[in-house]
Write a protein that binds this ligand. Structure first.
Ligand code: SF4
Length: 210
C-alpha cells in the first residue's frame, strides 16, 4: 500500500471513530483563540477554558487586554503554569495587535509568529481553527502518533509538519490534526498505548499486543 493510500485509510477510519474530534479550547473569535492558545502551553485545555471565561468577560478585545493592569491578568490566570510570563505575552501581543494590525488578529503565519508567545504550532492552530486556512499544528499528541504510525521519522515538530503535508492533501490538514490528536489523547497514550483497542492497528508498524 502506498504511503498516501495508507494515511488516507487511517484518516478515514479515525473519522468514523472520532466524528466529534475538534479543538477543545473554547473561543468565539480569532482573538479569543489566540489568547487561549498562548495560555494552553504546558496547560490542560479544560483549565485554560476555565480561566478564559473570566478573562474574556473582563477584557474582551485586544485594546482592553493591552491596557489591563498586568497584576489583574496574572490574578485571573494564576492557576496556569508560567502565568506571569503568559500574562506578559498576552498584554504585549494585544498591544501589537492594536498598534500594528488595527486591533485584528492577522491571518498570516509570519505575522502571527511575530507576536510574543506565539510559535508555529500556536499560529497554525489559529490559522486552521479561526480562519479555516489549511494548516497542521503539531502538538505532543500529533507528534507521538505520527511517529508511531510511521508517518514521519523525525522528532522535530517542523519536520513532522513537513512530512505530514507531503502525504496528506491540504483540504484534510485541519481534520487530520484533530483526528491524530484525538487518537493520541484517547488511545495512543504516551506511556502505554492501548494497541489492542486501536482503530488503526492494522496499518500501524508500532502495534504491540502487550
Ligand atoms: S496501534 Fe498502538 S502504537 Fe499504533 S497508533 Fe494505535 S495505539 Fe498507537
Amino acid at each position: 500500500m502506498e504511503e498516501k493510500e495508507r494515511v488516507a485509510k487511517i484518516l478515514d477510519v479515525l473519522e468514523k471513530r472520532f466524528p466529534d474530534a475538534r479543538l477543545l479550547l473554547e473561543f468565539r473569535n480569532p482573538f479569543e483563540l489566540l489568547v487561549a492558545t498562548i495560555l494552553a502551553a504546558q496547560a490542560p485545555d479544560e483549565r485554560v477554558n476555565q480561566v478564559t471565561k473570566t478573562l474574556f468577560q473582563r477584557f474582551p478585545t485586544p485594546r482592553d487586554l493591552s491596557s489591563a493592569p498586568l497584576s489583574d491578568i496574572e490574578q485571573i490566570i494564576q492557576s496556569l503554569p508560567y502565568y506571569r510570563q503568559k500574562a506578559r505575552f498576552l498584554k504585549e501581543a494585544s498591544s501589537i495587535l492594536v498598534e500594528k494590525f488595527q486591533g485584528e488578529v492577522p491571518p498570516q503565519l509570519e505575522a502571527l509568529t511575530s507576536l510574543p508567545g506565539v510559535g508555529r504550532k500556536t499560529a497554525n492552530i489559529v490559522l486552521a481553527n479561526a480562519f479555516n486556512i489549511p494548516a497542521i499544528a503539531v502538538d505532543t499528541h500529533v507528534a507521538r502518533v505520527s511517529q508511531r504510525l510511521g508517518l514521519t521519522s523525525s522528532s522535530s515538530p517542523l519536520e513532522i509538519e513537513k512530512d505530514l503535508t507531503q502525504i496528506i492533501s491540504p483540504e484534510q490538514w485541519i481534520r487530520a490534526t484533530h483526528l491524530l490528536s484525538f487518537l493520541g489523547r484517547t488511545t495512543c497514550s504516551a506511556k502505554k498505548p492501548h494497541c489492542p483497542e486501536c482503530p488503526v492497528r492494522e496499518w500501524c508498524p508500532s502495534f504491540t499486543s502487550f
